[in-house]
Design a protein around this ligand. Sequence first.
Ligand code: BES
Ligand code: MN
Ligand code: ZN
Length: 506
Amino acid sequence: MMRVEVLNGKLLEVPADGLIVAVSEAGLDEGGLLPELDELLAGAVEAEWRAERITCKRGHAFALHTMGRIPSRYVIFVGIGERAKYDAQGVREAVAEGLAVARQYRLSDVLLCYDALKAPEVTPETMGQAIAEGAILGQYRFDGYRSKREADEAFRVSRLSVAMPPEVRQAVETGFTIGTATAEGVNLARTLTNTPANKLTPEVLAQEAVGVARRHRFEVEVLERADMERLGMGALLAVAQGSANAPRLVVMKYQGRETWDDVIAFVGKGITFDTGGISLKPAQNMESMIMDMGGAAAVIGAMEAIGRLRPKANILAVTPLVENMPDGRAYRPGDVLHSMSGKTIEVISTDAEGRLILADAITYAKRLGASFIVDLATLTGAVLVALGTQTTGAMTNDAAWWAKLERAAARAGERVWLLPSFDVYLEQIKSPVADLKNSGGRNAGTITAGMFLKAFVEETPWVHLDIAGTAWEEKGTALTPKGASGVMVRTLVELARLVAEEGAAS
Ligand code: BES
Ligand code: MN
Ligand code: ZN
């Protein structure tokens, strides 16, 4: 794990493996560290800038050996584009880019110049948060299970020390604490999501959640099959009945306020593997369905961060954990299910299982006193068609609650986009034999899935986040390496912090 800390000593006097310096469109003309470095390095900075090897281009970084002229062995120049157009997300990306080069050069002890990195509209606390997040998110790698790994793969930058003026030090340090907690919450969600289904059954995932709860002294409850039967969770149980791995439902309670009111429920879909069930998925790419618990992982990751930060908000985390398998005992298309809410459901596709387990989890969250709900789910392939891989699809029944979540996402640097929830879409999920059916067909697949959940949410203010497109990064970026992205952990943490600052209502 990488440490992010305030540098003790002078930037150009402390020995280190590398020094990261941000470069804007003004280049050396901006003053500050660049001209000073240029002098110490005998004109090399100016020369490389003229040769366009050092540039302000975002995502571009260049490493220069210092030949013993300063105590840092390398200087890494990172482009940040136009300083006026650059924000906290730019800071996260620049830090991640700089450290990606440090990792490539196997530099383990790295310095960073705060003044050169500073974005004009960003407070010192948020700067500190963005620096820690950029560093810790970018250096994440899933270890995997290969018996032999290249030394390069195992290498990590171990320490980032940031030099800054004394007047911002305290605020930046507070930001480091927030950013470190948040990024480690994201990385926990990534690791859970990257873990294959044979190693992460509902039971194992429940233990992981209990571990988080113990660590932070949350109240925790784990429902097993018999408890679910007693509670009448017929929708969740139907999905679970085809698997030899028994289901779990984990509830964690974090009470950050004097009284247990204004309770925010985070409900996360935790299908540890989705074969589609009897409505079996095609074999091609089915292995990617290890990520179908990304919603539950985001909730668990957010709780890890919230446990460290302890904001003044009440949070209820509810994660239904189930494996969706085809089997002699599996549920079938045509079955009619009795959900905990009392609503009956006709099964059209056993592959539309996420909304079934969420229906009972939402009902249970309401029973436990949820006053506001956010659900997160890798729910529909259709959201990939609608929005692609970089924007999370959203639905809501409450404009004010949505506005708050949207602001939290903006602070977190995550993209969300609201889809409509007009009542006409309900026509698509009407059933002749039950209150609802679990599939509305191909058209507006993301919206009809959300409408199904909305029927169980009823009047409670609610936001639904469909992360099927965003939970997995195919290419890999500086901030998000290939594999599970841990998307929406940052948004949930910011939401809890916003609620602590200004309340949930309004
Ligand atoms: N887990 C899938 C959705 C999914 C697709 C997640 C791609 C991540 C990447 C979900 O359970 C599912 O199978 N949804 C069906 C719903 C349909 C049967 C109504 C879908 O999207 O095809
Ligand atoms: Mn499915
Ligand atoms: Zn699924």
